[in-house]
Design a protein around this ligand. Sequence first.
Ligand code: ADP
Ligand code: ZN
Length: 742
Amino acid sequence: MMKPGYVRVVIDRAIQRELDYSVPETLADRISIGSRVRVPFRDKSALATVVATLEESDAKGIRPIEALVGDGPVLSESLLELAKWMSAYYCCPLETVMRSLLPQVIRRAEIGWKKQLVVHPTMIDDGEVEKLRKRAPRQAELLETISKLDKPIAAAQLLRQTSLDNQTLRALAKRGLIELREEAIERDPHADEQFVASANLELNAEQATALKKIVDALAAPEDAKPILLHGVTGSGKTEIYLQAIRAALERGRSAIVLVPEISLTPQTVERFKSRFAEMHEGVAVLHSHLSQGERHDEWHKIHSGRARIVIGARSAVFAPLRDLGLIIVDEEHETTYKQEEAPRYHARDVAVVRAKIEKCAVVLGSATPSLESYHNAAIGKYALAILTQRVDEQQMPLMRIVDLRQERRKEKIAPILSGKLAQAISDRLEKREQTILFLNRRGFSTSLLCSNCGDARNCPNCSVALTFHRHMARLSCHLCGHTAAVPKKCPQCGKDPLIYAGFGTEKVESTVSHLFPKAHVRRMDADSMTRKEAYRETLRNFRAGKIDILVGTQMIAKGLHFPNVTLVGIINADLALHLPDFRAGERTFQLLTQVAGRAGRGETPGEVFVQTYTPFSPSIQFARHHDFAGYFQQELEFRERCDFPPFKHAILITVRSEHEGRAKLSAETLVRRLKESLGSEFTISDATPAPLEKLQGQFRFHILLRGEAIMRLSRLVRETLEKLPLPEDVIATVDVDPYQLL
Ligand code: ADP
Ligand code: ZN
């Protein structure tokens, strides 16, 4: 191989440019694409990633690289190619993409393993243990455990296992009975776990057909299309994933499984770890709760090839596995796969592109595929595998629609629980079966209104009403976190009567507790689950039957299996429907179907009550009849008529500033420039105030662009923005394939 004379690098700073450096003779052998280097930049030095090696460079004033950071390259050429694609597609600088691709701990110069206290077993005779028994029983107990060790163990792990403390350990060391050393070893957040190996289940006919499609794709990935696995909840998709991964491993290939963060529960991870229990360290888990140190170690476990399977949320799509053979995106319709800050990528779409670059198979699984993927399957871009039956041959739950308009006529005020739903809960309580109540809104009441002047308590920074939270007895903004005291009187007109309007999960919990005083009711939402443990604990108690009624937000809508839940109540199905978003109907349909999937997974068939003011809206009616095809059909017609995705790509530009006038003016100027540079094949909206006009003190304007040739559109947008100097206090962000239209 030619020794590179020069390299092109992207430095870890927003300069939107690649730079060339010369390679000193001493480093020439060790530098390659994907290496991390330290380079002089302006009058300091900066960290950078090598993106190309060159024989020559015509850049002026070239300086040499200062140092190589770490051992080998951190990025493969394939990942680098993926990064370049993302930069072009998502209209964002390469260094921003790099920030997502390489975790911060890996980019830092001082990559290192944390030093830990390690206990080394020494020769200990039983006499020593017996001597200690009386004077220091705890020390004796610990010493006994240590005497049985056959290899060194991290002190922290040992103390966790024995429930003894550090002091006891130190005392033993002082007596010279054991040896403690500071050593660099890997943190394994799951070191204490033990898994019983699980065997492959025998697949039913539909599952076998689906698996065969995936195995065929593994065998000939060059010609394979992405596979959309459309299977109702409980149809055995996960079992197919497990066997497909096994097939990939047998071919010497590795696999990535993406799941939404919220579904990355211990239950899910355990299913994978126990199937591959024979592979020590074989399964790495990446999620947002890892400490920096744990993330560092997991990353190296993957990068070094010791881990062959990666399970993780969104960013695990970048896991640096070698010989990647299979990427699985579970719940591919989930909007949490879209990152809402730059780079604003969608992990499912990135997975499909990575699979193409790395020539590997890709499977997108869902009970309610996104319209985009469904459309891709319909036009033959994706292959389709369908599972129509639940494995246990359970009936789909019966869905009952409760018309809240009629309820209101009866009751004068809109009830939180209709009579029918309350009756159904009461039945379940008698039969000792469990209920889930779902409402996608936190808090107690969603606004505080003055009954005299009608003034609502709004957030001073955002254009939304403040939500009243009873547990903290304060008003709070769900967008910026601003909180305020609850005023005694209306601050506007000075008259006293303030009324609480609207309701959230907190109010549902209190209403249900009043109505069923003997029932055990728990709430699960971002307010009640601030501790990580609280989440697991509540789920454990619910599974153990210690909770009769679980009230919650989307936290409880996904992927949880509770055999004893026979009733699901959707308190208000209209919340998503009324958002100014072309995906509102799709989201409602998916939500109803997903939530309904929580009911009746055991012996008893389930029942779902959907409370709504719009009982005849198509997303509710089709969901009620479990009619996917019908729903997709009418929704696709609507999207096509309106030139929305998946028929046209969209780009949303948001222009924001603390100064309303400057934001507006800049947005209008930008629209004019875009009209000049974009051809007539693209449609450009006017600059309009965003539905959420003010957020965190900034005024926001939207420009929506649509067209088919997305790469060209992205490029033209980037070029236009580069040529348009915005005032210092105005910021424009570009969102390609946007999901948040607020
Ligand atoms: P999904 O991922 O589609 O919701 P799962 O893979 O979780 O479905 O399957 C639901 C349940 O059925 C699980 O308990 C799983 O172990 C079981 N299961 C899956 N496939 C089979 C099979 N072929 N035979 C018996 N049980 C199965
Ligand atoms: Zn706010």
